[in-house]
Design a protein around this ligand. Structure first.
Ligand SMILES: [Zn+2]
Length: 169
């Protein structure tokens, strides 16, 4: 079964607090070379989720669903890159929300995935195995110590912000 770029209807992530839930929105994605080990990112200008071309080798949609769920969160916020400590903190909160959406999407398909692929090492190709290992690592990181993941993301984005500000200077 192959996957081509196209539309994907997301179910809004389950709200644990609050009563407003976003209506279902049509999400579009396409493959593009993203480089530097990036699997996916949301392009606000074009309102499209970009999946790295390498992922065209993925034959199993269950492996892509968590990535789309993650980027769908960024699509909801359409944040500008952080410019100061306050926007950096907000950005990291958004990133954690995206990770939780990604994890939820993975946990929703995990059982069916395990049934369909009892021997993933033998049944998946290399790109699929890499993606599976990303999902399993995220699951472990989130369940083990979410605040440690948050701290490492905060450090990462603080460095990215500093590098960008140096370039702009
Ligand atoms: Zn993200």
């Amino acid at each position: 079964m192959g996957i081509s770029s196209g539309g994907y209807v997301t179910t809004p992530p389950v709200q644990t607090t609050g009563s407003t839930s976003a209506p279902e929105t049509l999400l579009t994605w396409q493959f593009e070379a993203l480089g530097s080990g990036t699997n996916a990112r949301y392009d606000a200008e074009r309102d499209v989720i970009l999946l790295d071309s390498r992922l065209q080798a993925v034959r199993e949609p269950m492996l892509l669903a968590p990535l789309l769920a993650h980027e769908a969160v960024h699509r909801r916020y359409r944040s500008d890159p952080p410019r100061d400590e306050a926007s950096l903190q907000r950005y990291v909160e958004e990133e954690m929300e995206a990770y939780r959406a990604q994890l939820d999407a993975w946990l929703q398909v995990k059982g069916s995935f395990a049934e369909r692929y009892p021997d993933p090492a033998a049944m998946l190709n290399e790109v699929e195995r890499d993606l599976l290992s990303d999902h399993l690592q995220l699951e472990e990181a989130m369940q083990e110590d979410e605040s440690a993941l948050r701290a490492s993301r905060l450090e990462h984005y603080r460095r990215v912000m500093a590098a960008r500000q140096n370039e702009e200077r």
